[in-house]
Design a protein around this ligand. Sequence first.
Ligand code: SAM
Length: 216
Amino acid sequence: MDLDALWKRTVEKLVGEGIITSEAVRRAFLKYPRYLFVEDRYKRYAHVDEPLPIPAGQTVSAPHMVAIMLELADLKPGMNVLEIGTGSGWNAALISELVKTDVYTVERIPELVEFARKNLERAGVKNVHVILGNGTKGFPPKAPYDRIIVTAGAPDIPKPLVEQLKPGGKLIIPVGSYHLWQDLFEVVKKPDGSIRVKNHGGVAFVPLIGEYGWEE
Ligand code: SAM
């Protein structure tokens, strides 16, 4: 089977399992298959529902994990979204397809900034801006955000990210231990600036490194 047929099968499986629940996320997954965002030697594994290696010892998340986070984020066209942890650029491409406007994504490893930019260019994604920096501080120039999606595990909810959310805005972030096992938090900023946190259970992400994350 070719890469496209394998990928379509994975997407329909995620729909069948009730993990992809919206037509918008299904379409975004079909438009940007994961194999466009990994090195050649991993393309034939891109449909497998597991994380895959990307350069600099990092990973691109499993398709089901990305789908769960995007469905929780409930992205709509026009939303101002910040992603922390660009990695391969795959999740940012999916976000851009869902919001249909500019997306900002911050990555701390220069090699991955280059990797993601090349992947996004080859995939024809034009509205994703990859920024080199420490995403635990957010990205103030484009704040406030409707949604912030963090794709690395933090020790706690970084304060600057809550500050950069709009009232009613939502932060999706894994919070827990340095190596493996965090809980996926959905953090909603209430109009009075306080937060409501809902725990969506166990996940496993590489660490979020930086001032409001883990020490290197
Ligand atoms: N979203 C990515 C994708 O679609 O390929 C996968 C992200 S990977 C699981 C986590 C990424 O977070 C890594 O690339 C890592 O370098 C990055 N990261 C860790 N700490 C960071 C920080 N403080 N600021 C920005 N990126 C960070």
